[in-house]
Design a protein around this ligand. Sequence first.
Ligand code: NAG
Ligand code: NAG
Ligand code: NAG
Ligand code: NAG
Ligand code: NAG
Ligand code: NAG
Ligand code: NAG
Ligand code: NAG
Length: 424
Amino acid sequence: MRLVAWFLATLGLVAAQEYKLVWEDTFDFFDPRKWDHEITSWGGGNNEFQIYTPDSANSYVRDNTLFLKPTLTRDNIDPRTGRPFGDDYLKNGTMDLVAQYGKCTQQDNDGCVRNGRQKMIAPIMSARIRTMERFAFKYGRLEVEAKMPSGDWMWPAIWMLPEDWEYGPWPKSGEIDLVEAIGNRNLTNVDDGKYAGIQKMGSTLHWGPAGDDNRWYLTSGHNTNETYNYADYFHLYRMDWDHNGLRFYIDDREVVRMPDPNINEYTNWTGWWDYGIKKDNNTPWKNNYTNPWVNGTNMAPFDKPFHIICNVAVGGTNGFLPDNSKATNNGGYPKPYNNSDYGSGQSKFWDAREQWLPTWKGEDAALQIKSVRIYQTDSQMPSTQPPPATQPPATCPPINSSNALAFSYVLLLTLISSIWKIIV
Ligand SMILES: *[C@@H]1O[C@H](CO)[C@@H](O)[C@H](O)[C@H]1NC(C)=O
Ligand SMILES: *[C@@H]1O[C@H](CO)[C@@H](O)[C@H](O)[C@H]1NC(C)=O
Ligand SMILES: *[C@@H]1O[C@H](CO)[C@@H](O)[C@H](O)[C@H]1NC(C)=O
Ligand SMILES: *[C@@H]1O[C@H](CO)[C@@H](O)[C@H](O)[C@H]1NC(C)=O
Ligand SMILES: *[C@@H]1O[C@H](CO)[C@@H](O)[C@H](O)[C@H]1NC(C)=O
Ligand SMILES: *[C@@H]1O[C@H](CO)[C@@H](O)[C@H](O)[C@H]1NC(C)=O
Ligand SMILES: *[C@@H]1O[C@H](CO)[C@@H](O)[C@H](O)[C@H]1NC(C)=O
Ligand SMILES: *[C@@H]1O[C@H](CO)[C@@H](O)[C@H](O)[C@H]1NC(C)=O
């Protein structure tokens, strides 16, 4: 009888620790109940060179695969006229995203309406989709099977932003970047000669009390794969996120963990505010900024629900695409603008299209996603959800989740040895 109780308790505990699928998209079709289109030419805060549209030239589903594909603005169809925007549009047209697409999601930096004669209209159209107001989660496992685009100066990303910004505006409430890359086929760092394009990917957290003190550089990891690069091959990008921290993987190979080590192995973890100082050689936060996370848990700001975003940006002047002094675009031409060219970068980029456009080849230039899956354990699921069917039996001892698994192994061993004794 006791054996049976032990056995049931063990099964229940193991089940409680197991990841269960809570959300997925395998792209039978583009589902607007799961994804919302950003529609804006804001530039992502990085002065990027694209207009995000809901145009099916920029995002579509085929063969159970989502394609997010940058195109030239001149070639897209203007819904107002039914004809392509044309070359003249960029410097002599009027962009009015509400008139064109019925909606605009971010108006900063003339992101919704722009007169090309006053400020050049972005030369690229692309897509950025998000699960905002549809699905957000706190803690769990995110798995995305994806292939990055290849094409010079593309900046694909699969990432997450806070659903409710509870600790304040970016970067106070955090940002979680599962994967970011650069689409160039043969970009190498000037200093160490290492790959910086499609052979490299990075995972990063952004966090800090203000935009001018974001300590992302303390929480950024990357992986390089020359034989199976990220743009010619699909890989499985995974993030495991819990109250001890975040761990990023590609095809089950760990890329980075944050904090490093995770909280359960960290001596005297006192939160991300102190980690930002200690890990940065005791550099205090700038400008007497105060801790925005004092009222959160010791994982704040990464202790609130985040939603998923997938996009392909192009260009930008924030430094993510390195200047020629930092990286060489082997095989020919240097980056056609500098990151100091805040106003003129986009125009210089467009004028150099004979150099980069030949590297944007058909659907190789699309970020392709086959599946997005989110898993949670019973204890990670929001309490508002109905209790899962496989709840631990009421008889299970009151033990906490971090040692539940170890405890269940002890139970299992006890069970096996008891059975062994009975048999012998
Ligand atoms: C600019 O657009 C106007 C119409 O909006 C057109 O009449 C004019 O020819 C255009 N200028 C150039 C240089 O294409
Ligand atoms: C490159 O990707 C392949 C296929 O997933 C994998 O077997 C290999 O271990 C990876 N190599 C590196 C260095 O990540
Ligand atoms: C951890 O905190 C305790 C108590 O404040 C202190 O005695 C110990 O030196 C700290 N250890 C480290 C590695 O900072
Ligand atoms: C920070 O606070 C100290 C003491 O109040 C003050 O002397 C200093 O000027 C402040 N620094 C900044 C950058 O505001
Ligand atoms: C933390 O909570 C206290 C008490 O409610 C409040 O006064 C303070 O403004 C809060 N701080 C932050 C950064 O939210
Ligand atoms: C990258 O460029 C370097 C220098 O031109 C060349 O030696 C190398 O073979 C190229 N690699 C690839 C993968 O194209
Ligand atoms: C970038 O800056 C360097 C150094 O000032 C300059 O030599 C180069 O011409 C600039 N490149 C472009 C494309 O403007
Ligand atoms: C849970 O167990 C761990 C490891 O035994 C222990 O460090 C921690 O204090 C426990 N937490 C609670 C809330 O009992």
